[in-house]
Design a protein around this ligand. Sequence first.
Ligand code: AMP
Ligand code: ZN
Ligand code: FE
Ligand code: FE
Length: 283
Amino acid sequence: MGKADLHTHTIASDGAYSAEELLEKAAEKKLKIISITDHDTIKGYLSAKDKARELNIDLIPGVEVSAVWKSREVHILIYCFDENNEEFRKMLLNQKRARIRRMERIVEKLQKQGLDVSMDEVRAEAGPGNLGRPHAAAVLIHKRYVASVAEAFIRYLSTEKLGNIKTEYVTVKELVGIAKEAGGVLSLAHPGPLYTQDEIDELTALGLDGIECIHPSHNYSLQRTFSKLAARDNLLVTGGSDFHGKGKKDYDPYFGIVTLGDQHVMSLKRMARRRREIINTDQ
Ligand code: AMP
Ligand code: ZN
Ligand code: FE
Ligand code: FE
């Protein structure tokens, strides 16, 4: 099969390229298996199917969902779900609405700090994309409040700076139920420096199937730590570059370099198949 990248973003969320452009770039990098994992939307994935066939790329259904756990936002990657599952679609629609309301609260917070920023401006930056903080960062850059996305996050948009912004995102527990009902396989995204080992254990115990061991934010030692954890708990190993495109993130140069071996994709598909079989026999 070849090299896989199971974590990428397009203009359907906060990436720079359309899904088709992304697949063309993936083909240039000789990637054989791709998952488009936009934040809380599958529009990019759905629009990429013909192109994937044309380029002979194995396109794995994917999405990166922002979920709530202990008042924190946790990113969960979901793969191989039934894209027509109604509850799954409903969950994504709720996430989209939650993103809009969350952004309204963020904009209000920025305005209170004296910044001239409006919801309309953030929407204009997002274009067709699901609203996210990088779009607010773009407004701050255009208005010359900051010089870069990194500075926007450090000064205004990081979780620490924003404090407790209320969100209506799905909880991790709810998400596990909905995703599994849709035949999906769940992996904890970029655990990196975000959680302690105990917290990771608690999260995976909620019913996650895997851990994103391979990610550009993980150095070799972290990658090994997570891989050992996955092996200990019989969890899948997933991974990818978290490519957003056009230098939107520091990780962009790692597209085509930070990749996942196809044996892990086979295990993922095997688990998804088994889940579908169980769902089908239950019905
Ligand atoms: P949101 O979806 O609104 O929670 O925003 C999360 C996205 O913001 C991530 O997927 C990244 O693309 C981006 N992001 C988060 N932290 C940073 C940072 N420190 N610098 C640049 N981009 C960031
Ligand atoms: Zn992003
Ligand atoms: Fe993420
Ligand atoms: Fe991501």
